[in-house]
Design a protein around this ligand. Structure first.
Ligand code: ZN
Ligand code: ZN
Length: 122
């Protein structure tokens, strides 16, 4: 791994936040001021392709990057876009599998709410 890629990887692994490429760029540049934006984007793409991190596509907003690679649902703030991990309740997919008569092989589940900070402002 290059020094740049290691830094980007470490920043993602260090926190449960699901940051955007721009947020990661700002953090990375604080430690490596010469880092170019394109380098950050390119290395994020490589880390996703290698399966070291996950990319979380967001509707009408920049993608976010996730250190947790196992499938899990997300809780998204409708207002500020903050993303948190949720634990999939046991058996939640079973009714769908029964209805379809086949195994569910994966899912992409986002639940929306107002986070405590935005709820206070509302
Ligand atoms: Zn919020
Ligand atoms: Zn996540």
């Amino acid at each position: 791994m290059t020094r740049q890629r290691q830094l980007i990887f470490d920043l993602i692994m260090a926190a449960p936040e699901h940051r955007t490429a721009e947020e990661i760029y700002d953090l990375a540049r604080a430690e490596m001021p010469s880092l170019a934006r394109g380098t950050v984007y390119r290395n994020l793409g490589l880390l996703v392709r290698e399966g070291q991190i996950r990319k979380l596509e967001m509707p009408d907003a920049p993608a976010r990057y996730d250190r947790e690679r196992r499938p899990h649902p997300h809780l998204v703030c409708e207002r500020c876009g903050k993303v948190e991990d949720l634990v999939m309740p046991d058996g939640l997919l079973r009714p769908f599998a029964l209805e379809l008569g086949e195994d569910i092989t994966g899912y992409d589940l986002k639940l929306y709410h107002l986070c405590p900070v935005c709820r206070k402002k509302a």
